[in-house]
Design a protein around this ligand. Structure first.
Ligand SMILES: [Zn+2]
Length: 368
């Protein structure tokens, strides 16, 4: 009961309705947590221990941070000794390069490997003993000296945070400084584009066509969000989205594929969708005050989309060889067969513009 004020503050807060269900399950922990348990909370471990979905716990803490009840920290682990030589509260202050005084080395901050996001109760809500930070630091340095400091097995990464719609909504104004870039070791990228919009505009007129295109975006955004992805940007009628795993990206592509089959988007059937999926390292930058991705992996994903026939999904070998993707694909093929619309996965080697060498391209084809 020692943390009553914390629970009371959460219940009074303006986002309460949005995290009420998660809070109910966290109350036993929050009420009885010791000061050190409210310091640098590892949302992933907490979620695991209480068997709550990690993303729900993440979003609960993000709401609580926006409401001034928790403080969020971007913590940068040194890849050599795992210590945290630096942290920031605001994404806008995050730097691409780090320095570890214990190892005397420079390192890069990579959102899905050495960037951890933690939450600490705000001092205005529950005052933690002032010594807690000091004790944490000295214990860390002591462990590093004995070569025994390690990253937690499970943690909320910077990648997890950027893939939260709640984060984007509440903290979207915190943009990376224009000079900085962060790494992502493995981003799973999905590109879509539609064919036939030019003819549709001339056949159906601007107003009807505009509604068709707008409706198509609505379906895409819904399918991307349903698989925990985020839309990075739209480029004309094209969409670029990012996912935390190849399986999530493929699951979204399958939703899109099926939705555009079943929902008669435009009465005259002008629009045909093409989807490309690839996974690999990217860099994250700020372009015109928005998060954008750059790198060869982005180019490959876009080029794969360009190689795909109308109303199909194309993907790279890196996607195809992922175990969880195989599982998703197997389920999809079975479902298509059961519905009397069997699909085959085809393979060919192809040359992608601006990419050296031949690339393995996999794509769906209706069985004739
Ligand atoms: Zn170090």
């Amino acid at each position: 009961m020692q943390n009553r004020p914390l629970v009371e503050a959460l219940k009074r807060s303006r986002h309460y309705g949005l995290y009420e269900a998660t809070l109910e399950r966290l109350i036993p922990f929050l009420e009885s947590a010791t000061p050190s348990e409210l310091f640098r909370i590892n949302a992933a471990e907490l979620a695991d221990g209480l068997q709550i979905a990690k993303d729900d716990v993440r979003d609960f803490f993000l709401y609580g941070t926006a409401d001034g009840i928790f403080r969020l920290s971007w913590e940068f682990h040194c890849p050599h000794c795992n210590a945290v030589p630096d942290f920031k509260h605001n994404f806008g202050e995050v730097k691409g390069a780090g320095f570890c005084p214990l190892c005397d080395v420079n390192f890069r901050n990579v959102l899905d490997s050495n960037v951890e996001v933690t939450f600490t109760v705000h001092p205005a809500v529950v005052a933690l003993p002032p010594s807690i930070e000091e004790e944490y630091r000295s214990a860390m340095i002591e462990a590093v000296k004995q070569n025994s400091y390690s990253m937690p097995d499970r943690f909320l990464s910077g990648m997890d945070c950027l893939h939260s719609a709640v984060f984007r909504e509440l903290f979207g104004e915190e943009v990376l400084s224009a000079e900085e870039s962060l790494g992502i070791e493995r981003a799973s990228l999905l590109f879509t584009d539609i064919k036939g919009s030019t003819k549709m505009y001339s056949d159906l007129g601007d107003t009807v066509s505009y509604n068709v295109v707008r409706n198509h975006f609505k379906i895409l955004f819904r399918d991307i969000e349903a698989e925990k992805g985020v839309v990075v940007k739209t480029i004309g009628d094209a969409v670029m989205a990012s996912f935390r795993s190849p399986a999530d990206a493929i699951a979204a592509a399958l939703r899109i594929y099926r939705d555009f089959r079943s929902e008669r988007l435009d009465p005259a059937g002008h629009l045909e969708i093409r989807v490309g999926v690839h996974t690999g390292p990217v860099i994250v930058v700020n372009l015109n005050d928005r998060i954008d991705y750059f790198g060869n992996s982005v180019n490959i994903a876009a080029r794969i989309q360009g190689q795909v026939q109308s109303h199909s999904v194309g993907f790279s070998k890196e996607i195809f060889e992922d175990g969880a993707v195989r599982h998703e694909l197997r389920r999809f093929l079975d479902q298509q067969s059961a519905e009397g619309e069997p699909v085959d996965i085809m393979h060919r080697k192809t040359q992608l513009k601006g990419i050296e060498g031949q690339v393995d391209l996999y794509y769906f084809k209706d069985r004739a």
